[in-house]
Write a protein that binds this ligand. Structure first.
Ligand code: PMP
Length: 309
């Protein structure tokens, strides 16, 4: 399902570019044992003038640092350091359009759960070329199901932090869908309302209004933010509201957003056809402006692209 991918020859590891095969950690590192590594997923796009730009790069690196703060980690790098490192990495790998994967982890080979104090992280940034995550299906519409797995209660989880261990539910949900021959899965929140996909956010269009679940049980993604701003720019009312699976079955259009998936429309949910056409007219317009914005073609959204070359 996932698009073709080619790994970069170099990985940035704590200030140095090292060959791909040397970017390794010990199996007894604290993060490896307990799932406490932090990650991000960012795309670089080739702009229409041929230069390369990181899309929402500063936002992603700020979230990277925020995820570390939420877990109690300390990091010696700033957003600016990460942006420079990414420029260096893409240059060394000769990539213009690619996926960038920063990872922060506790390398200490501690025994037991306690974090070292201070919990200083090491940081690596890898990059690979990655085409359409959902292949052509993302453009013509995918089949989705509501998962039997749920997003966790917020009292015992950190939904805004991209912590590896938090992704086990997403992995189980994705596997369940794949075994059912279905491309995407939507997880309910603890109240039974539909929260988000396993690595993406959810939108529904009904009678010309665009709805998306509030940022309580979800990771409020930057692609979600782009879609909300693009929809408002196009003149559609956008509302954050909890939504039930019954509401989704009766939606005119449903689409999902995320850095990997970009924007993909859902043509069928739990074996019910959604709306009359897929992508529907609203989704089509949002997708069109989104891809234009990734190429730096919409002056109002030009701040989303940070030049790397
Ligand atoms: N929700 C989850 C659980 C995710 O992992 C992601 C991917 N980061 C998203 C939503 C979408 O976020 P973004 O648009 O910032 O990639």
């Amino acid at each position: 399902m996932a698009g073709e991918s080619v790994d970069g020859k170099f990985v940035w590891v704590d200030g140095k570019l090292v060959p791909f095969k040397d970017a390794t950690i010990h199996i007894l590192s604290h993060s490896m044992q307990y799932g406490g590594s932090i990650f991000e997923g960012i795309r670089a796009y080739e702009l229409s003038d041929g230069r390369s730009a990181l899309f929402r790069g500063e936002d992603h690196y700020r979230r990277f640092l925020d995820s570390m703060k939420a877990l109690g980690y300390t990091c010696q790098y700033s957003v600016n350091d990460f942006m420079k490192a990414t420029a260096e990495l893409l240059k060394a790998n000769q990539f213009k359009a690619c996926y960038v994967r920063p990872v922060a982890y506790i390398d200490e080979r501690v025994r037991g759960l306690s974090l070292p104090d201070p919990a200083d992280v090491k940081v690596s940034i890898a990059a690979w070329t990655w085409g359409k995550y959902m292949g052509a299906a993302g453009d013509v519409g995918i089949r989705a199901m509501v998962s039997t797995y749920r997003r966790a209660e917020v009292a015992t989880s950190l939904p805004w932090a991209k912590i590896a261990g938090g992704y086990l539910t997403s992995i189980l949900a994705r596997r369940e869908a794949a075994k059912n021959g279905i491309a995407e899965t939507l997880l309910l929140d603890p109240n039974g309302m539909v929260a988000e996909g396993c690595g993406d956010n959810l939108f529904m269009v009904k009678d010309g209004i665009i709805y998306t679940p509030p940022p309580t049980y979800i990771l409020p993604g930057f692609t979600r933010d782009c879609a909300m701003k693009i929809a408002a720019f196009l003149g559609y009312p956008v509302k954050e509201a909890p939504m039930s699976r019954n509401q989704l079955y009766l939606a005119d259009e449903i689409f999902i957003t995320g850095t990997a998936v970009e924007i993909a429309s859902i043509k069928e949910l739990d074996h019910r056809t959604i709306g009359d056409q897929c992508p529907g007219p609203v989704t089509r317009k949002v997708i069109d402006l989104f891809y234009k914005s990734t190429r730096g073609e919409i002056p109002e959204f030009r701040t989303w692209n940070t030049l790397l070359s």
